[in-house]
Design a protein around this ligand. Structure first.
Ligand code: PMP
Length: 388
């Protein structure tokens, strides 16, 4: 192992590659090798690596204003918030830096709402397999079994039930429950979509019991699943939504959006030094302007259809399992095969794909990936699968 890597905490097993440059669907390492990237920073680079849209917004804003403190409005902050409101069912936005931080904010907002409106109710129902982040509270909200014992005592107030099990949710609701929080598609769990009846049932339960429905769209939002936000495809209106990842097209920004009826934060109850800074909100605004162009979603859905077909053909040829997901958040079940092994072999052949679960491979390419690039990815996968 190269000694210079010792300075970095080994929180994730990393191959000895140093990436130095990116363009569109391609990454280049320090040896000048070229990689086709179907991970894109974990669904972060909405428009691919170093899209001129992102780079221009970033450099232009960097020469104008970088930070004026969150105690003041700035132009991009205001414009970006209004753009999000214009294209969603929400009334107000709170900007943060990471998905975890937006989710912490959502949980705090739900608790505050419970204090004000529901006799101090504070419990959130969340789901097995869920991933909401790595802070202490978002970890407690998550349903990743491997996390649980290491960092106790964990934040109380989360009741975990099986995903897509409406009966279990109904049973878990008690007088102290304030919210139901879920990912419309569980990404880290291996791309597991919520059933339409499930999400619609949750909305009905929330209405019946006066609960907030919180959707974590950190991974599914910003056109990733073929609609601007995944909740739209279910025909429901959540009370609260969180965004991250794709919102910044590569730069760190997240957001918490809420309906006016639950915007109960008062001065000082939520905040952060970098929140709503003009540098990140300017980039986000540029990304939003692009993904809300009339034809953008059509392109995502066409690519999705094409990639889905190609993956289904691979599945048939190599006896793999189902292909699932929406838009360009797709997974293929690898059947008997270890997904990590396939991903490692693909990396050898200069293709980045992600293995979130033992038998699932996840694709989250740039939303503007070309058909030729999809073909190349499939070809490499096919070579790898033939060799195993
Ligand atoms: N929620 C979801 C659904 C996610 O997929 C992630 C990241 N994988 C997070 C929250 C956490 O976001 P971050 O890593 O930016 O804190």
């Amino acid at each position: 192992m190269n000694k210079q890597f010792d300075a970095i905490m080994p929180i994730t097993p990393r191959p000895e590659i140093i990436f130095e440059q990116g363009e569109g669907s391609w990454l280049y390492d320090s040896q000048g090798e070229k990689y086709l990237d179907c991970v894109q920073g974990w669904a972060v680079n909405t428009l691919g690596h170093c899209s001129p849209i992102v780079t221009n917004a970033l450099t232009q804003q960097a020469g104008r204003l970088i930070n004026a403190s969150p105690a003041f409005y700035n132009g991009p902050m205001v414009e970006c918030a209004n753009k999000l409101i214009e294209h969603s069912v929400f009334d107000q936005v709170f900007f943060a830096n990471t998905g975890s931080e937006a989710n912490e904010g959502a949980i705090k907002l739900a608790r505050k709402w419970g204090k004000v409106h529901k006799d101090g109710a504070y419990k959130c129902i969340t789901f097995d397999g869920a991933f909401h982040g790595r802070t202490l509270t978002t970890m407690a909200a998550s349903g990743k079994a491997a996390f649980a014992p290491m960092f106790e005592p964990k934040t109380p107030g989360f009741t975990k039930v099986p995903y897509n099990d409406l009966g279990a949710v109904a049973e878990a609701i008690d007088a102290e429950t304030v919210a139901i929080m879920l990912e419309p598609i569980q990404g880290e769990a291996g791309v597991i979509p919520a059933d339409p009846e499930f999400i619609n049932g949750l909305r009905a339960l929330a209405d019946e019991h006066d609960l907030l429905l919180v959707v974590d769209e950190v991974q599914t939002g910003i056109a990733r699943t073929g609609s601007l936000f995944a909740y739209e495809s279910y025909g429901i209106e959540p009370d609260i939504m969180t965004l991250g990842k794709g919102l910044g097209g590569g730069v760190p920004i997240s957001a918490l959006l809420a309906k006016a009826s639950c915007c109960v934060f008062e001065a000082g109850e939520q905040g952060g030094t970098y929140n709503g800074n003009p540098l990140m909100t300017a980039v986000s605004l540029a990304v939003l302007n692009e993904v809300t162009r009339p034809d953008f979603l059509v392109g995502v859905n066409k690519r999705s259809e094409y990639l889905t077909q190609q993956l289904m053909a691979l599945s048939e040829q190599f006896g793999l399992g189902n292909v699932r997901g929406k838009g360009l958040l797709l997974a293929i079940d690898t059947g008997e095969l270890e997904s990590a092994k396939i991903a490692a072999e693909c990396l050898q052949k200069k293709l980045l794909i992600n293995a979130p679960q033992q038998h699932a491979l996840r694709f989250m390419p740039a939303l503007n990936i070309s058909y030729a690039e999809i073909d190349q990815a499939i070809e490499i996968m096919s070579e790898v699968l033939s060799s195993l």
